[in-house]
Design a protein around this ligand. Sequence first.
Ligand SMILES: *Cc1c(COP(=O)(O)O)cnc(C)c1O
Length: 445
Amino acid sequence: MAQPINQTSTSMRELDRRHLWHPYSKHSAIHSEPFPIMTRGRGVHLYDADDRAYIDGISSWWCCNLGHSRPDLVTALQRQSDQLQHSILGNMSHPAAVHLAARLAGIFPTAGRRVHFASDGASAVEAACKIALQYRHAIGEPHRHKFLSLKNGYHGDTLAMVSLGFIDAFHAPFEHMIPRAQQAPAPCPDARHLGMQPHSCTAECLAAFRETFAAHADELAAVVLEPLCQGAAGMRLYHRDALAEIARLCVEHDVLLIADEIATGYGRTGRMFAFEHAGIDPDIVCLGKGLTGGYLPMSATVVTDRIYAAFTDKPEDHTFYHGHTFAGNPIAAATAIAVLDAYRDEDIVERAARAGETLRRQLEAFVDEPGVADVRCLGMIGAVELKDAPSPRLPETCMARGLIVRPLGNVVYLMLPLVAENKIIVEATDILLDGVRACAELGAG
Ligand SMILES: *Cc1c(COP(=O)(O)O)cnc(C)c1O
């Protein structure tokens, strides 16, 4: 039951152009292109003000894993907002946060987890980093205050997160503000690249990482990484053996491992968490994006009891003086619980793994395209790397056929909702293939 909106999309765009500052959007694009005004969502589709349907090929920035307008999530959200819209977790509690923390602890491979809530992904990784630093302080190792991240990693856009994931093209203006974390080259690409010979990760693959790690191990508080898939860098995949080896090095040198599962968690790779592919058990895991199914902003930093125990206030005060106004917000927490119910009742992770097989088969069609340099797939992440930057018209071309895509550099990818049926996966990959071809012809002409 779409309510028709009063203003036409044209006048809406005019008002938008006067007052709204769009994230990650060029002025020229906003001011010249008739971008869609989305007014409702249902399943894997978004609908614009003119009621045109678009497949949400990016799950609305990778968070709407269950699609749009789920009655169960809406009900959970409404019920909780009827009861209690907000109450803090400072020296008090509420049932939604208690139950959510317990449920989250329960989906980890080993028992003994604590959950610290925040409102967005960057804040969850920031909290993880501050926890790692204060932990070192508390256990009498304040000299271990550095972080090692992977080149091309992305952990959010706040200043501290930019220091972990510095990208020249985006972050040059902040160069002088921030101490940059150590960065090691990411492990070599994974055999999940279609058309590549299967290989198991070799010693050479990690040589560069090992070198940087060894040079700084004594002063490292933690290694921070995106497990198996560097998303914002263009869905760069690396092998699970490499992740297992990094985790082993961390244990050996008593360096904490912070797994940023904000994009890869919640079934995106065909397992609940990407780190499970490597059989590891990180000290700190950051969750965001899929946590509330894309309903409300919420994130979580999940730590082991061993770390939590160091924050005692006796005999010395090691309390973690850190928090956000909306940390553990009841409405968000109640929705996040309903999300976990849906995952359990509908085997969402299994379904994502199966849907990922369809996606992989469909992506094979791209392998022999002349303009294509690489094709890769992990669970419900599919990426096609082009030899040259795609035409700026590629997103429009796909949009005109009803598919939302946002290329990252030379990479066009699909991050469809995990519940996408085979028919939708076929439709989306067909539109993308036609788009890639059409834009290659445009480029040649
Ligand atoms: C999106 C993302 C973040 C940042 O999350 P926000 O909610 O946008 O702050 C951090 N890490 C990874 C891996 C992400 O994909």
